[in-house]
Design a protein around this ligand. Structure first.
Ligand code: COA
Length: 156
């Protein structure tokens, strides 16, 4: 298979930091990812293409919530369903951990990401004004994990 999902390991951190630079105006560094690897509440998954990370997603387990930290896909590998596949994997983890909600923050101007989340059933629950660099609003979005389960059962 072309793409493979894997658990984040230390040898992937420098590639992830490079991926961040391609995807975000304020990228996470290798040191920040190392901190995530050492954080027992953090869960990360990476998608490898020919052994190299081309997409990743992270989440913090906080009480009965999964707080999504980041989702990023290399520009050459977008619109192939990789982000969707990662989010589905995290919904499965959330069900396994018996979480009630997945939560996230997204820049109000990040239409690709907002479309992605809405296509998976996330809904807006709030707004933080001027949250990013003091000038761009953040939308707060949730997905009810149990609702997702009911939907999946109805469709199966
Ligand atoms: C947002 C991002 C993660 C999407 O990754 P992706 O792998 O291309 O997304 P997918 O292929 O899984 O797309 C799934 C659905 O999301 C929506 N979507 C994704 N990219 C979109 C775009 N550029 N415009 C409109 N809708 C989009 C579509 O509904 C798409 O389904 P479709 O392709 O059948 O129309 C990617 O563009 C990215 O890494 N952006 C930079 C980092 C970022 O903004 N991360 C989110 C931070 S909150």
């Amino acid at each position: 298979m072309k793409y493979q999902m894997a658990i984040l390991t230390k040898d992937m951190l420098s590639d992830l930091a490079k991926l961040e630079k391609m995807c975000f105006s304020v990228p996470w560094t290798e040191t920040m990812f190392l901190g995530e690897l050492l954080n027992p509440a953090a869960v990360y998954r990476v998608i490898l293409y020919e052994g190299k990370p081309v997409a990743y997603m992270g989440m913090w387990l906080v009480a009965d919530e999964g707080q999504i930290t980041n989702v990023a896909v290399h520009p050459d590998h977008r619109r192939q369903g990789l982000a969707k596949e990662l989010i589905h994997a995290f919904i499965d983890i959330a069900k396994h951990e018996e979480l009630a909600l997945l939560t996230l923050e997204v820049r109000a101007g990040n239409q690709p990401a907002i479309s992605l989340y809405e296509s998976l059933g996330f809904y807006q629950v709030g707004l933080r004004r001027n949250y990013y660099e003091g000038k761009e609003d953040a939308l707060l979005m949730n997905l009810a994990v149990s609702g997702e389960q009911e939907k999946g059962e109805k469709n199966s």
